[in-house]
Design a protein around this ligand. Structure first.
Ligand SMILES: C[S@@+](CC[C@H](N)C(=O)[O-])C[C@H]1O[C@@H](n2cnc3c(N)ncnc32)[C@H](O)[C@@H]1O
Length: 457
């Protein structure tokens, strides 16, 4: 039998239920603060605390209701969104900003105001009334409520479209600061980049501001691109990522995959694969990684986002790291008779009679190549196993068609990798011997690359 609850626990439970029951009122009072621009009013007085009459005098109304405003401010103070100071001389109370209200400022680089207006708009809140219906009948709450899916609805409603894009843009501006600090090296060797589902281009604008060498494309549905501002160094392209994605060295996708089911994500990922170069192409995904047992600052809101994805999209969800791994593996193209295996060649290479390494070893130092080759050696049969290495064989003094370009590749390897290089025949010989391959044969072709067949005995 369950131990009886103490009356203290029971009362605490009751209080929590009242809190949950009215948490929508907290959202509404926050939205009201944004609509009345209360944080902006205080901020415009040099950020110093001001009286309620000063706040009221700046509200866009001929006769604001002071008792109403007082009670709204009292709740906002209680929620730590503003501070209040009651002067000991009995003078008027003074209201100030906190670290929370700074996120409510309009037009600031770190503002969540447009997102608050979007998420608390009746059009976005109405589908939440359908949760129970969706459990019983299935379906998408947004579609049940508004008669069409979110992106289609936005394409038909310019006001909603603008509000949605503004909401996304403010979050993109915030995230871009974190990305430009935490991922600044990630953009270094990218010549061109396409932001897929990039909205009106806020994120890509920040990327080119910090990395002006990048040729950037902002790609989104035509009704979104139609409202995008001109941005220096950014080309806007309208289209459908399920059809085709513009080519670039890298695809960037922020909060796109969480809008879609696994099946749809795999379709998008396959189009990403087609859009980037086979070698050195990359896809940068900025999205939630759900931490079911986490207690980090954003772990709880990850679950709320998951619910919002369920309500507003056709199969979107937030995913754990394991789910991401599975999805990304499935995003690789499928060829008959080929299985994809994720792993680390420095750790272990799957067993086979023969291995093919095209343009792998030139990315690595001699030391690393020897580690890879030793793992190759373990993966093939001790007798009659072979490794086909497709690489440049340098002829520093040669005057063949590809000899000069070989040297250019060598300097590219030097610039882009950690001590990778192109190698002469003698260097290959030495490397193969140290890697456990006593015998090899070089097959030259009328091409930049040669085949170096290395044998296990
Ligand atoms: C959640 S928003 C993210 C916007 C932006 N990446 C950001 O984080 O600020 C999803 C974006 O995907 C776009 N989108 C939806 N379906 C699309 C499609 N089939 N092709 C291209 N973009 C699409 C939407 O128009 C929207 O701008």
């Amino acid at each position: 039998m369950e131990p009886e609850q103490t009356s203290e626990e029971l009362v605490r439970g009751q209080a929590e239920i009242w809190q949950h029951m009215f948490s929508y009122a907290d959202s509404m009072v926050l939205k009201c603060a944004v609509e009345l621009r209360i944080a902006d009013i205080i901020h415009s007085h040099d950020g110093a605390p001001i009286t309620l009459s000063q706040i009221a005098s700046c509200i866009d109304s001929p006769s604001p209701d002071i008792p109403y405003l007082t009670r709204i401010m009292r709740l906002l103070v209680r929620k730590n969104i503003f501070t209040v100071h009651h002067p000991s001389d009995g003078g008027e109370s003074l209201y100030g900003l906190t670290h929370i209200s700074k996120w409510l400022l309009h037009g600031s680089d770190i503002s969540l105001a447009p997102m608050i207006l979007l998420q608390n708009h009746p059009l976005m809140m109405a589908p939440l009334h359908c949760l129970c219906k969706c459990v019983k009948e299935g379906g998408i709450a947004f579609e049940k409520t508004h008669g069409r899916q979110l992106w289609d609805f936005a394409s038909q409603n310019p006001e909603f479209n603008n509000m949605f894009n503004d909401g996304m843009a403010c979050a993109a501006r915030i995230v871009s600061r974190a990305i430009m600090t935490g991922y600044k090296d990630g953009f270094g060797c990218i010549g061109s980049l396409v932001d897929v589902g990039g909205g009106t281009g806020t994120m890509v604008a920040e990327i080119v501001k910090s990395h002006p060498h990048i040729k950037a494309t902002n790609f989104d549905l035509p009704h979104v691109i139609a409202t995008a501002p001109l941005i220096d160094g950014v080309c806007h392209v309208g289209g459908d990522m399920f059809q085709d994605i513009p080519n670039a060295d890298a695809v960037f996708m922020k909060t796109i995959m969480h809008d879609w089911s696994d099946e749809d994500c795999v379709k998008i990922l396959r189009n990403c694969r087609k859009a980037i170069p086979e070698k050195n192409g990359k896809v940068i995904i900025v999205d939630f990684v759900l931490q079911p047992d986490g207690n980090g600052k954003f772990d709880d809101v990850g679950f709320t986002f998951d619910l919002m994805m369920m309500v507003n999209t056709s199969g979107g969800e937030e995913r754990t790291e394991l789910r991401w791994k599975k999805l990304l593996e499935e995003g690789a193209p499928v060829y008959d008779g080929v299985s994809h295996i994720a792993g680390d060649m420095f750790h272990q290479i799957p067993n086979a009679d023969a291995l093919l390494l095209k343009w792998i070893l030139h990315d690595w130092s001699d030391e690393d190549c020897i580690k890879i080759l030793r793992n190759c050696r373990k993966a093939i049969p001790a007798k009659s196993g072979k490794v086909a290495i497709v690489e440049i064989v340098l002829h520093p003094d040669g005057n063949g068609t590809f000899d000069e370009i070989g040297l250019v590749f060598d300097s590219v390897m030097m610039a882009h990798t950690s001590r990778g290089k192109e190698r002469t025949q003698l260097q290959w010989k030495k490397l193969l011997e140290e890697g456990g391959f006593p015998r090899y044969k070089i097959i030259s072709m009328p091409a930049l690359l040669s085949i170096i067949e290395a044998y296990s005995e």
